[in-house]
Design a protein around this ligand. Sequence first.
Ligand SMILES: Cc1cc2nc3c(=O)[nH]c(=O)nc-3n(C[C@H](O)[C@H](O)[C@H](O)COP(=O)(O)OP(=O)(O)OC[C@H]3O[C@@H](n4cnc5c(N)ncnc54)[C@H](O)[C@@H]3O)c2cc1C
Length: 305
Amino acid sequence: MSENKYDVMIIGSGPAGLTAALYGSRLGLSVVVFGDIPGGSTYMIQHLSNFPGFLTEISGTQFGTMAFQQAQQEGAFFTMTRLKRLGHENGLFSGIDADGQQYTADCAIAAGGRLPKRLAVANANLKGVHFCSICDGPLYRGQNAVLAVVGSDNTAGQHAVTLARVAKKVLLISSRDKLTMDAAHIRLIEKQENIEQLLNTEVTRYKGAEVIDGIALSTGSGKAENLNIDGIFLAIGWRPNTKMLDVEVEKTSEGYLKTDQKLMTSFPGLLAAGDVRETDMWQVLTACADGARAAKYAGEYLEQN
Ligand SMILES: Cc1cc2nc3c(=O)[nH]c(=O)nc-3n(C[C@H](O)[C@H](O)[C@H](O)COP(=O)(O)OP(=O)(O)OC[C@H]3O[C@@H](n4cnc5c(N)ncnc54)[C@H](O)[C@@H]3O)c2cc1C
């Protein structure tokens, strides 16, 4: 048997993958983890303030580094490279990493997370461009801030309502002529006096040197306008990271992996955890919970097969 043969192969070293590695190793499984950033998307979190247990401020990077070290101490092996392709041949999952190294495993956990879509404008990565109102909205508390939300679906509605509690004013900007969110969200939006809807409107430019301080808009009638803002929250969609999966597996229309109650996908032996799977909350805590459960059910699958 090859020395690169493991019980479980984990794709992604974010909170879901690291927790699956920690729990899997502690259950006595041999575990290999693919990923080039220990902590995954947590490096984008300035202050991880909604994860219980940390009374002093902790950044996403600190959290990710500690979780990585913890899983490593328990015996998980980290390739520190990305997985190029996950296949399934001769009853085993087979993976090839970015360095061309081959690995096999009886079971695999997809934990590649998801990436937020950004606006195709210059300076798209300025500070003050956010994707998570629960996470970053509190940064603007007590500052009389004017915040923009771009999007028209339930996520955009949720962002607008969440931000209306901390901001002086929220501009809900959509290129559509009407919002696509459900009636309950529309009612919530209309109840908030500090939410202004700008429909038929596109953001064409971000302004600001390092931090965004304004946006240029183009309206349906072709009119251009400039507005001062303190931050912008984008809800224009996400891309689940599943491109490396070269096995047939069921996904939602948005590309999230469908799982059963034991986090098993439609492909036997392939589980999914964290933001990459169809779920209703995309947070560090829920990704960690998924990782723990995926490791448990991977162990159960290995016992039974
Ligand atoms: C800007 C921002 C702020 C946020 N703030 C908060 C917050 O304050 N609190 C909170 O709870 N949540 C917050 N979140 C959400 C949180 O970061 C995610 O819910 C969480 O990181 C999901 O964990 P995950 O392990 O499922 O995915 P991720 O953390 O995204 O990790 C997946 C990793 O897998 C990697 N990967 C993808 N494909 C491959 C491949 N082929 N091979 C190897 N690796 C691969 C990805 O590059 C990524 O590094 C925030 C998210 C963003 C974007």
